[in-house]
Design a protein around this ligand. Structure first.
Ligand code: ADP
Length: 226
């Protein structure tokens, strides 16, 4: 069976005053739905760069990325926006919730790109908020929630369009230990329940240890089984 995510010979360079900075150098990866990978590595090793390229927020210098059989970088701007909206969910270290919107409205934001939230979207959003333990907090603003609760809203938002792929950048990085454990558990439970292909970048040894697979970004490539 073909992999749902295929990365071949990925290279990313940035211009640098003292020459070219090579961040990713021949990186390859193949994963299928239902798999979850924690990516570790020191600061500056290129973890965020990798995640942003996988999420097609940034383009590679060379190499190929295929998600569910599609090369996102071959799409035009409108096609790319549509592809990203439907195929990839993002969870960032900082929740990036809209401060003036309630939990429910924040979860519905990714549905707006399809022309507005339908009644079915609202039902799904409420179900998801219930699933992440926030049934009683749907009408709260982000400022009225704890850090862990805000991150749980962000997880529900990442899943509202049922994307096959979810990318998480330090999803527990700003949380206290207890909230971090709960957010990590939820992420992994939802990944299994929904047959999601999850890649999380993390510095947390605790979180990485709970993933079925781990890899370390070293010299621009992924070393599996770290
Ligand atoms: P990590 O997430 O592992 O901390 P990053 O992917 O953020 O690493 O960064 C990898 C390297 O690329 C760092 O040396 C960083 O300074 C550099 N870098 C990241 N983004 C840019 C950019 N837009 N322009 C130039 N250099 C960048």
């Amino acid at each position: 069976m073909p992999s749902d995510l295929v990365v071949r010979a990925l290279r990313k360079e940035y211009p640098h005053p003292s020459g070219t900075l090579v961040v990713l150098d021949g990186l390859s990866l193949a994963m299928s739905r239902g798999e979850a990978l924690a990516v570790m590595g020191p600061s500056g090793s290129g973890k965020s760069t990798l995640l942003y390229i996988l999420g097609s927020l940034e383009s590679p210098t060379a190499g190929a990325v295929e998600i569910c059989g599609q090369d996102p970088f071959a799409l035009g701007p409108a096609g790319l926006a549509r592809f990203r909206n439907r195929s990839v969910g993002f969870v960032f270290q900082d929740h990036h919730l809209l401060p003036q919107c309630t939990s429910l409205e924040n979860v519905l934001v990714p549905t707006l790109a399809r022309g507005g939230a339908s009644p079915e979207d609202a039902v799904r959003a409420k179900d998801l908020l219930g699933r992440v333990g926030l049934a009683e907090r749907m009408d709260r603003l982000p400022s009225e929630l704890s850090g862990g609760e805000r991150q749980r809203v962000a997880i529900a938002r990442a899943l509202i369009n049922s994307p096959p792929v979810v990318l998480a950048d330090e999803p527990t990085g700003n949380l206290d230990r207890r909230s971090a454990r709960r957010v990590g558990s939820l992420l992994l439970e939802l990944q299994r329940e929904r047959d999601i292909l999850l890649i999380a970048v993390t510095h947390s040894v605790d979180l990485a240890a709970r993933f079925p697979e781990r890899a370390e970004l070293v010299d621009g490539r992924l070393e599996r089984g770290a």
